[in-house]
Design a binder for this molecule. Structure first.
Ligand code: 5AD
Ligand code: FES
Length: 347
């Protein structure tokens, strides 16, 4: 295992069997996480980039079996922010010093191209990077958002095991999700994808495929988090909660794609009170603090036990800022695009 870790750290390349062997092995976990931390330091530096997350609607036309805001969850309290409220959330985030907003929602048909492009244009006036995380759309829609100024897009592939994907995402097509990722890339978005770890029926080998998939399509960001079962979904009794395996998946992703952005995910902190810091010490370099205001924080419940639901945007900013500084890292002052650190340090 030591040799495999060394190989990954030197060449940033591993085969599927090698990745799977590392994921299976329990004795080499610490060495793996440490190697990812060194690679993170060398390729993206000490800065942690903060992205302000606005959860602007939990209406969703999709019915993913793992997700608490799936269409068939009639117990979910639905809400959507008014366009003006979204813009106010972004302005408040800018005032707190954020340079990126992530606009995330379920697939809510209320937000037409006209409504969303208008919101994006307003936020772009604040000199913020805009990231969208609003699901599967047509090429034309992605193009309209890009033309309005959107910089990045997050769309997790969730799993590269097609059969598992089709079982867990009824009515959806894995090929269409791939089409979306290709469209986004061709339109010049910074592309974020990612996966869940610990899904029922997910094999270690398919997780190795997930990592190789990120590399193959050339993602600029990869968000990897543990699956956490939600009581009001068909997967209520599934196990999930694979904290260490998620960390290892993230660490190998860092070793193989040394200069991409990797968030310390909220789901990791949900399973471990120090989860984001552990992730930041194992390859991650991004955190996405929640800037959604009031009761909506609770209502955007993809999984139970979500952190910070009773906190305020200001408190989360202070809290995570202090944690980042406490481990000797710095807070990025720019927009944190991929490759910035390497460019600056080569000159
Ligand atoms: N546990 C963990 N992550 C989840 N997501 C959705 N439901 C869950 C869950 N139960 C993740 C998916 C989605 C992202 C926004 O949240 O990967 O893409
Ligand atoms: Fe929200 Fe710590 S990040 S309270």
């Amino acid at each position: 295992m030591r040799l495999l870790i060394e190989k990954a750290e030197k060449t940033h390349s591993l085969g599927k069997d090698e990745i799977a062997a590392l994921l299976h092995d329990e004795d080499s976990t610490q060495a793996l996480l440490q190697a990812a931390d060194r690679t993170r330091a060398a390729f993206v530096g000490q800065d942690v980039h903060l992205r302000a997350l606005i959860e602007f609607s939990n209406y969703c036309r999709q019915n993913c079996c793992y997700c608490g805001i799936r269409r068939d969850n009639k117990q979910a309290d639905r809400y959507r922010l008014k366009p003006q409220e979204i813009i106010m959330h972004a302005a408040a985030a800018a005032k707190m010093g954020y340079r990126t907003v992530v606009m995330q929602s379920g697939e809510d048909v209320y937000f037409t191209v006209d409504r969303l492009t208008e919101i994006i244009r307003e936020i772009k006036k604040m000199d913020m990077a805009v990231t969208l995380s609003i699901g599967e759309k047509s090429y034309e829609e992605y193009q309209a958002y890009r033309n309005a100024g959107a910089d990045r897009y997050l769309l997790r592939i969730e799993t590269t095991d097609k059969e598992l994907y089709h079982r867990l995402d009824p009515g959806m097509s894995w090929d269409n999700r791939c089409r979306c990722l290709m469209d986004l890339k061709s339109l010049g978005y910074e592309l974020g994808s990612g996966s869940m770890v610990g899904l029922p029926g997910q094999s270690i080998e398919s997780i190795a495929d997930d990592i190789l998939f990120f590399k193959k399509i050339g993602v600029d960001m990869a968000g990897i988090g543990p699956f956490i079962p939600h009581a009001q979904t068909p997967l209520a009794d599934a196990e999930g909660r694979a904290f260490t395996l998620s960390l290892k998946t993230m660490a190998i992703t860092r070793l193989l794609m040394p200069d991409i952005n990797i968030p310390a995910t909220t789901a990791m902190e949900t399973l471990n009170p120090n989860g984001r810091i552990i992730a930041l010490n194992s390859g991650a370099n991004v955190v996405m603090p929640n800037v959604t205001q009031g009761e909506y924080r609770k209502m955007y419940e993809l999984y139970p036990g979500k952190i910070c639901v009773n906190d305020t945007p200001a408190r989360c900013r202070t809290c995570i800022g202090a944690k980042i500084l406490s481990i000797g890292r710095t807070i990025g002052s720019g927009k944190g695009f991929r490759g910035e650190f390497l460019k600056e340090n080569q000159q």
